[in-house]
Design a protein around this ligand. Structure first.
Ligand code: FES
Ligand SMILES: [Fe+2]
Length: 387
């Protein structure tokens, strides 16, 4: 294994590129995607600090509905309590640390699969057998640690950092763009978890540029976007970036349903593609949305959560169960195809980054969001110098 540059050297290169103009920007140093030292800095300065998205609040609509997630390797679960509030708890039993819940589902109480300690939907211990002789045991004092949770335009955001600023504040300028779609009313139809063999930043960067659409996605969505019409936000934001596309008339998905009376003019065939740093990204179209939420799994693997939701008027037109299932199956097959195309390229870039001949090349104006991401990474990771 060749020796990689140190974190301070990599971060110095990153800062130079990030602080320079886009017209002179290049990709990051390949070792930024391979360095254990950088990954460890990312865990502390990014994944334990920023907000992460386990999914849409509408994926857990009823009391007792839950879904599991991890932040910086901390297992957590989001659950809707009896008052209708979405809460997040550490997914770790207070007895002997067993993980309590797996996957997703609905439950009236949380029963540990090891010795059946039982918690209510607010994390309070309500039952534990054979503890009557244990003097140190005080059932009423035991509760699962709660994780900060905010709902923003239908998304669940969670953070381990008690001092992180509110999502509503940091994403306010993005809200002005996306609020017109009413995405909090979109109806979730699919959620899948996958593991891809790449560094999480390469997948994030791939999402952020439409330059590859006519090439890597020529068999699917590539023909639907005149990429030269891509629009980026004015100015650079600390917590997110995005681009907008207008879809052409031949697009199978991406145009407003006739019953959609909220979107007007060009917005009826415009999609917004936000990336909320570090690792939540979605395509918000007038008729559907799909999202990715990433969690690094070491250097060369990433946990990918993929979900799809439909605009309410599209969901309403689907009618009977069989027709609905067939329509959704077609849509999912289509987006699975798009994901497979992306998987091939982001795994291919990771293999390329491992080469001793890898070097950062110049960026196109269509890769402007990668430059935004470099600024974000550079500001969060600092110089990498030991304090
Ligand atoms: S570890 Fe959960 S009940 Fe023992
Ligand atoms: Fe792609």
């Amino acid at each position: 294994m060749r020796t990689l540059p140190t974190a301070p050297d990599l971060l110095s290169h990153l800062a130079t590129v990030a602080n320079g103009p886009l017209e002179r920007a290049t990709g990051a140093h390949p070792a930024l995607y391979l360095s254990e030292e950088i990954a460890s800095l990312e865990t502390d300065a990014i994944f334990r600090r920023d907000w992460h998205c386990p999914g849409l609040a509408a994926e857990i609509p009823n009391p007792g509905d839950y879904l599991t997630f991890t932040i910086a390797d901390d297992p957590v679960f989001c659950i809707r309590d009896r008052s209708g509030t979405v809460r997040t708890y550490a997914n770790v039993c207070r007895h002997r640390m067993m993980q309590l819940l797996e996957g997703s589902g609905c439950t009236s109480r949380i029963v540990c699969p090891y010795h059946a300690w039982t918690y209510d939907l607010n994390g309070r211990l309500i039952g534990a057998g054979h503890m009557e002789r244990t003097q140190a045991f005080d059932r009423k004092a035991i509760c699962l640690p709660e994780i900060r949770t905010e709902i923003w335009n239908g998304w669940i955001y969670i953070t381990l950092d008690p001092d992180a600023g509110p999502v509503a504040e940091s994403l306010a300028p993005l809200g002005e763009v996306v609020a017109r779609y009413g995405m909090e009313n979109y109806v979730p139809v699919v959620r899948e978890d996958h593991v891809w063999n790449t560094n999480w930043k390469l997948l994030t960067e791939n999402f952020m540029e439409g330059y590859h659409l006519p090439v890597a996605h020529k068999a699917t969505v590539g023909a639907w976007f005149p990429v030269e019409k891509t629009v980026f936000p004015e100015g650079v934001h600390d917590s997110f970036t995005y681009q907008t596309f207008q879809k052409t008339g031949n697009a199978t998905y991406g145009q407003a349903h006739p019953d959609n009376t909220a979107l007007e003019g060009d917005w009826r065939n415009t999609s917004v593609l936000p990336t909320v740093f570090p690792a939540h990204m979605y395509v918000l179209a007038p008729d559907h949305l799909w999202y990715l939420s990433l969690r690094p799994r070491g250097i060369g693997q990433v946990d990918v959560r993929f979900g799809v939701a439909l605009a309410p008027e599209v969901d309403a037109m689907l009618g009977f169960a069989d027709e609905r299932a067939a329509w959704i199956a077609d849509l999912v097959t289509f987006f699975d195809h798009v994901n497979t195309e992306d998987r091939q390229v982001v795994e291919g870039i990771y293999a390329g980054a491992c080469s001793s001949h890898a070097a950062p090349g110049p960026l196109s104006w269509l890769e402007r969001e990668i430059h935004d991401f470099q600024k974000y990474l550079s500001s969060r990771l600092g110089t990498g110098a030991t304090p």
